[in-house]
Design a protein around this ligand. Sequence first.
Ligand code: ZN
Length: 161
Amino acid sequence: MHCPFCRYSDSRVVDSRTSDDGLTIRRRRQCPQCGQRFSTLETSSLVVAKRSGVTEPFSRDKIVSGVRKACQGRPVSDDDLAVLAQRVEEALRASGSAELDSQEVGLAILGPLRELDEVAYLRFASVYQNFESLDDFEAAVNLLRADRERVAQQQQTATDD
Ligand SMILES: [Zn+2]
């Protein structure tokens, strides 16, 4: 952060305040060189780089609207979608990187969506992973079945004990 007055390449933070929406941090800074104070507005939100190279702030609303289409006609409520978007955001933040690409966001959606509704998951995955044929669907369905059987077996073993 360069000082806007003398272009000195360092500054000291004297105060930090997070905005009400939690998306930006306003910092008061002081230049150790000329002593001038200035404010910076920094975004604490995640940034998503789209395929076009354009970046935009991560938005839970975008996750919800992206997933909603896949959930049409499924027993998924707005609350379910809100929780899903929150889980996606938490997973992405936990990854520790401030800039993500849309692929990573799509990947982070798949897990929670699958737990929410398998049909919606298949629809979403078919678009996101570019399913091209019935074979792709079959492979995805087989994976779901295999996982389900594994879980069932684990539950079986648990009750055997
Ligand atoms: Zn300065």
